[in-house]
Write a protein that binds this ligand. Structure first.
Ligand code: 9MR
Length: 481
């Protein structure tokens, strides 16, 4: 968190000094595009009632999310409300929405102690295994080819790492887990089979219990492909201990791992300090997944506070998601996810004044307009434009940035009459251009010189480039002559 605050302060200073010269720039990639660049997905849970909210579905299916999880509609009470009588209407509606919007579906969940219809709890223990196997077989067969993964077993542990009691545990002991996984594999050999739990995100007794369970299943030849870490976090309880190391130790068993239900709640009311803390949590979770190759993706447990489960469960708590209850992005949380995924923060607007930048960055209050706040922080790293020199002006900006590379763009303007231009700058941090278009370039050490092509000597003109960077990627002062 300390580093994040220092980073924010640096951004603030830079924003104040450059905001007056900010120019508009290209739209930033979606969360899913940023995740996809790392071979992962970024998704959101959803639920059936929400699908009739067109403002909501426009965002859900609008490209930010490449994956969805039905929050309720594939659970036992929804799919088999009466014994051997199955209903897929609600789950199918979510699969259809996902297919129409290019989103993968995680199936959630086949065996869970909660949201069970009453008849399951009333079964004699001698009938529970057959009922469980039938449920898994029917539901997993129905969704075969439509879900890429199943949370086969959900929340098998108590917080101290002992097995949780449930009709399944009571009837079969912990052997119900292996039986459920084997049954799911038989019904859908292609789906990735997961065990999913909460409070296992960091190192601790509960994640140790999960780790030992998985190793034991593997040693028995039980099919298991992944472990889901729900990521239901709360800023008042501290960030999970060594999350990246925890994910990595599961990955090192040859498993996929995923963040399956991420949200970061707070005691209401929301304020700027809590938002800033929440942003560090989002950033840390996303970075932990990004750093683990076998972390296949991140799902937030719905994207908007409008449909969050939190206020209904934790009285007085909420504001847990990156979009508020009015479906507006919260710049703090959203940008923390963007940067965690290796992106740069969203487009600065051309009209931000230095004072607007300062107040938006400094307070990050929930009432500050999202675009003003976003602009302020983005402007620090986005562009610089020196006073006109030699009758033409060059404006340098970073349009995209990832771990080791970035894409830059320079716009050249000049009064009428000019038919050629030369842009020069000096990189301060060892950046190296690997490719440039819309101009001819030379780089000698830190010094870059770009001249127009024959066809774009008359400004306005634009050239773009790809370059490597590491450590710091400061914006150089570009001069035009
Ligand atoms: O988001 C779900 C909410 O709508 C339900 O009321 C609740 C009932 O238990 O389940 C919520 O989702 C849970 C998920 O299935 C498993 N992990 C915890 C989630 C939040 O309770």
């Amino acid at each position: 968190m300390r580093r994040a605050l220092i980073g924010a302060a640096v951004l603030l200073v830079a924003a104040v000094s450059t905001a007056a010269m900010v120019r508009a720039e290209a739209a930033t990639p979606t969360l899913n595009a940023l995740a996809a660049a790392k071979g992962k997905y970024f998704g959101s849970a959803t639920d059936n009632g929400e699908l009739s909210d067109t403002a909501y579905t426009a965002i859900l299916g609008g490209g930010e999310f490449g994956q969805t999880t039905p929050g309720n509609s594939m659970k036992w009470d929804a799919t088999e409300p009466n014994r051997n009588s199955f209903s897929y209407t609600r789950g199918d509606a979510i699969v259809t929405f996902a297919q129409q919007h290019n989103m993968k579906v995680r199936g959630h969940t086949l065996v869970w102690h909660s949201q069970l219809p009453g008849w399951v709890g009333s079964l004699p223990t001698t009938e529970v295994q057959a009922a469980m196997e039938n449920h898994i077989t029917q539901v997993a067969t129905h969704y075969r080819g439509k879900v890429f993964a199943w949370d086969v077993v959900n929340e098998p542990f108590n917080d101290d790492g002992t097995f949780r009691t449930s009709p399944f545990y009571n009837a079969m002991g912990s052997a119900y887990i292996a039986d459920a996984l084997r049954t799911a594999r038989a019904a859908d050999p292609d789906a990735k089979l997961y065990i999913n739990d909460y409070n296992t995100d960091g190192l601790g007794a509960k994640s140790d219990a999960m780790f030992n369970l998985v190793k034991s299943l593997q040693s028995q030849g039980v099919p298991i492909d992944g472990v889901g870490f729900q990521g239901h976090l709360a800023i008042q309880y501290g960030f999970p201990s060594q999350m990246q190391q925890n994910l990595q130790r599961f990955a090192d068993l040859g498993l996929d791992v995923a963040i399956t239900e991420l949200d970061v709640r707070m005691v209401l009311p929301r304020d700027a300090t809590k938002d800033a803390t929440q942003a560090t949590y989002y950033n840390n979770v996303v970075k932990a997944c990004a750093a683990v190759t076998r972390c296949v993706g991140i799902t937030i447990w719905d994207y908007t506070d409008k449909y969050s489960w939190v206020p209904n469960t934790f009285s007085g708590q909420g504001a847990a998601l990156p979009w508020d209850e009015n479906l507006q992005k919260k710049p703090t949380a959203y940008n923390a996810i963007v940067t965690g995924l290796g992106g740069v923060v969203d487009s600065p607007s051309p009209s931000v004044s230095p004072s607007a930048s300062r107040s938006a960055s400094a307070s990050a209050s929930p009432s500050a307009s999202p675009s003003a706040s976003r602009s302020a922080s983005a402007s620090a790293s986005a562009s610089s434009s020196p006073p006109p020199a030699g009758g033409c002006t060059a404006t340098y900006k970073i349009v995209n940035q990832w771990d080791t590379g970035f894409q830059g763009e320079v716009n050249v303007t000049a009064p009428a009459g000019r038919t050629s231009w030369t842009v020069t700058w000096s990189f301060a941090n060892g950046q190296t251009i690997t490719q440039l278009w819309g101009g001819t370039y030379t780089q000698s050490g830190a010094s870059v010189t770009v001249k127009n092509e024959t066809w774009n000597g008359t400004p306005p003109a634009t050239f773009g480039f790809l370059a490597n960077w590491s450590g710091t990627n400061a914006i150089p002062t570009a001069r035009c002559s």
